[in-house]
Design a protein around this ligand. Structure first.
Ligand code: C2E
Ligand code: MG
Ligand code: MG
Length: 733
């Protein structure tokens, strides 16, 4: 069974196909999530540095505004104007008002006063006077922002670089608050007061403190880490200097803190994913196993069997497949229920598996169909051996609970090698052979040959042509006389159907009746035969008329009514009619058959068991169905001629039958030897070519006429007087 799981590989591939993309998806999502988190932390960090930059910018603006306000307050002042333009004591006033401030450096550390043309008048830095000659003109102009503000007067502020120092600078023109002093302002223009404060370590520390920035530095070269830098532009937009700081990567820090957690969750997800994959894999394997197993028996199913066949063929040797089905399984299901049917299938599977052992692989194809695959040397002989042993084992009935069931099997075998047929073709051939086995009378095995295909094709053609024949009246009936024990008088006739196929010529009923049975055509054909025979035989009173009824007809629930209708239509007395049944129709569905036979018997029709001795039928069987007559098959008569000890068995059977009021008839009496046997057995009627073969209704009428004329003596093939009016063989439809 395990080797049939080779198919599991493809299921695993299928599982991979499903699982892999999912796994990839999970990884992708995890990657994307990580990327997103990282991105987010970077964004957070970016936002954070932007915020710092804006705060720094605002703080610097504020400083400049403060500087501007400070210088304005001091420049727009009556005392300052008076000191500058009226009194001659500017220096003491300047020292008193501004110089000391430059010392403690709290507001500014440079204070300058320039004339309107930019010439320095006074200057103090760090509390010390700056001699006017030390104040270089360009830097004074710069400080006063004269280049920027050519149209004085104006209060203004800005940043200024001097060497590697940076200053906040504020300047304003010196003007009096009161109008009466306005005239003191020189015609060349008011002086300019300038305050400057260096952006030094102290300043940076204070900014660091208030803005919560770390490592704030002033740089005059472009920094490498632009993310944590604020460009301080000159008025023309060119970079003047940079403020840099050490970034506090809030996001990254958060990420660093989160990372172990994220890793933990990721690992957990991965573990869960892997567990899922493992489960999916197992399930795929289980599904693969189940997909190849039959649910009821646990045996390999059709697919697994086909795989096994395929592998056997690929192995290079010859492979044989036997297809088996249970004869009469449907009846078991119908009569005892599906539970009993299932148990029977299981019991059958057990027997079959036990017989095969390691020699063949057993599988259930579905329903009541099983298969055995045998590969390797002599596969056909080994397959046949298995089939033979199975048929032998099936002689023993099955006990299912309280029920005892005798079940046969029809077995078809087919064998081949890789070049000759593939797995499906071998199964098809085994199937064809199995049907041939069934048609051949069940309980047998048949090895496929081309002939079977030919027969199958013929069967199809026959079916079509039988349909046509039903419509166009292509059937004929002949009648074979049955003689009394002396063999002199005709006591009955058996109606036998004759049909000529347009393409195959004359076809034996042994060939076309089974086709009609399989296709359901037998119902219409059977009724036609009965009606035609009743009409033909009506004038031959008091002869009895025997008509064959096939198993399939018994399944027609209307059969009894149809027979009654025909009897009514033709006026044929029921007491003269005998229906011949073979035992197969009774074995298959015994209870339903018995019920139908009861209804038919109730019409006054007699029943006769045909071909007795070819199957399982026993005396008990005769009693159960209350037959009036039994026809011993000609094979038994022939056997008794060959092996005289058989006669006694036949004799005993006939005696018991007689004791039960069952008439015994011998069929197929061809020779005197047959006749002797039949006489010894004690048959009360005889049928066979020794007396008469089957002939047309006209010929029978003629024969009966002769018999009448000759006083009841057998008139074998002698010309006679036509006493019974011949019926036309045409116009049956
Ligand atoms: P059966 O009912 O057992 O019919 C007897 C068969 O044995 C007939 O073959 C008959 O021709 C043949 N036979 C008679 N005497 C001898 C003899 O001395 N030696 C030999 N070797 N054969 C003899 P037939 O007509 O070919 O019919 C074959 C079977 O076909 C019948 O067997 C019967 O089972 C079936 N059959 C024939 N006509 C009908 C029908 O109308 N309806 C049904 N359902 N089956 C029919
Ligand atoms: Mg018959
Ligand atoms: Mg017969």
């Amino acid at each position: 069974m395990t080797e049939s799981l080779g198919q599991g590989a493809s299921f695993r591939r299928e599982a991979l196909r499903v699982v892999l993309p999912n796994l990839l998806l999970v990884l992708l999502v995890a990657g994307a999530a990580f990327g997103l988190v990282r991105d987010y932390t970077l964004t957070v960090d970016g936002l954070e540095s932007e915020r710092t930059r804006r705060a720094l910018h605002a703080a610097i603006e504020l400083q400049l505004e403060a500087m501007e306000a400070l210088v304005h307050d001091n420049a727009y002042w009556n005392d300052m104007a008076r000191a500058s333009y009226v009194s001659q004591a500017l220096t003491p006033f300047f020292e008193e008002s501004f110089a000391y401030v430059t010392r403690d450096g709290r507001g500014y550390d440079v204070a300058l006063q320039l004339r309107a043309d930019g010439t320095p008048r006074l200057g103090y830095a760090g509390g010390a006077p700056l001699p006017a000659e030390r104040i270089a003109r360009p830097s004074a102009d710069q400080l006063a922002m004269r280049s920027r503000l050519p149209d004085l007067p104006h209060a203004a502020s800005g940043l200024l670089r001097a060497g590697d120092r940076l200053f906040f600078v504020g300047r304003d023109v010196v003007l009096p608050e009161s109008a009466e002093l306005a005239a003191t302002v020189p015609a060349a223009g008011p002086d300019i007061l300038v305050f400057a404060k260096e952006v030094g370590a102290e300043e940076l520390e204070s900014l660091e403190r208030t803005l919560q920035v770390k490592g704030l530095r002033l740089a005059f070269d472009p920094p490498t880490d632009r993310a944590h830098a604020l460009r301080l532009p000159r008025d023309d937009g060119e970079p003047l200097a940079w403020l840099t700081w050490t970034g506090t990567p809030v996001g990254q820090r958060a990420l660093a803190e989160l990372l172990p957690w994220l890793a933990g969750v990721g690992a957990l997800l991965l573990l869960l994913g892997l567990a899922g994959v493992r489960k999916a894999w197992r399930q795929a394997e289980e599904l693969a196993r189940q997909a190849l197993l039959d649910g009821l028996s646990g045996l390999p199913n059709r697919r697994a069997i086909r795989d096994a066949l395929g592998r056997g063929l690929l192995g290079g040797g010859s492979v044989t497949v036997a297809m088996l089905d249970l004869d009469g399984f449907k009846a078991v299901n119908d009569n005892y229920g599906h539970m009993a049917g299932d148990h029977l299938l299981l019991a059958f599977a057990r027997r079959l598996t036990a017989i095969c052992g390691a020699d063949g692989q057993v599988g259930r194809l579905g329903g009541d169909e099983f298969a055995v695959v045998v590969s390797g040397p002599n596969s056909l002989a080994r397959g046949q051996d298995i089939a033979r042993r199975l048929l032998a084992v099936l002689e023993e009935p099955f006990r299912i609970g309280e029920i005892t069931l005798s079940i046969g099997s029809s077995i078809g075998l087919a064998h081949g090698t890789l070049g000759e047929a593939d797995a499906s073709e071998l199964l098809r051939r085994a199937d064809v052979a199995m049907y041939a086995a069934k048609r051949g009378g069940r309980g047998q095995m048949v090895v496929y040959s081309d002939v079977h295909d030919q027969r199958q094709a013929d069967a199809h053609r026959i079916e079509q042509e039988l349909r046509d024949a039903l419509k166009t009246g292509g059937f004929e009936l002949v009648y074979q006389p049955l003689m009394d024990a002396s063999g002199r008088r005709i006591v009955a006739v058996e109606a036998l159907l004759r049909w000529s196929s347009p393409s195959l010529g004359r076809v034996s009923p042994a060939v076309f009746i089974p086709v009609a049975e399989e296709t359901g055509l037998i119902n219409a054909i059977g009724l036609f035969v009965l009606e035609r025979a009743c009409r033909d035989a009506l004038p031959w009173a008091p002869l009895r008329l025997a008509v064959n009824v096939s198993a399939a007809q018994l399944r027609n629930p209307e059969l009894a009514e149809e027979i009654a209708a025909i009897l009514a239509r033709t006026g044929f007395p029921a007491a003269r009619l005998e229906l011949e049944l073979t035992e197969t129709c009774l074995v298959e569905d015994a209870d339903r058959a018995a019920a139908m036979l009861d209804r038919i018997r109730a019409l006054g029709v007699r029943l006769s068991l045909d071909d007795f001795g070819t199957g399982y039928a026993s005396i008990g069987f005769l009693r159960r169905f209350a037959f009036d007559k039994v026809k011993i098959d000609r094979s038994l008569v022939e056997e008794a001629v060959q092996r005289p000890q058989r006669v006694t068995i036949l004799e005993a059977t006939a005696r018991i039958a007689s004791a039960l009021d069952i008439e015994v008839v011998a069929e197929g009496i061809e020779t005197d030897a047959h006749l002797q046997v039949a006489r010894r057995v004690g048959c009360c009627a005889l049928q066979g070519w020794l007396f008469h073969s089957a002939r047309s209704a006209e010929a029978i009428a003629e024969l009966l006429g002769r018999q009448e004329a000759e006083g009841g003596e057998p008139a074998v093939d002698a010309p006679g007087v036509r006493r019974y009016g011949p019926r036309s063989l045409t116009g049956w439809s």
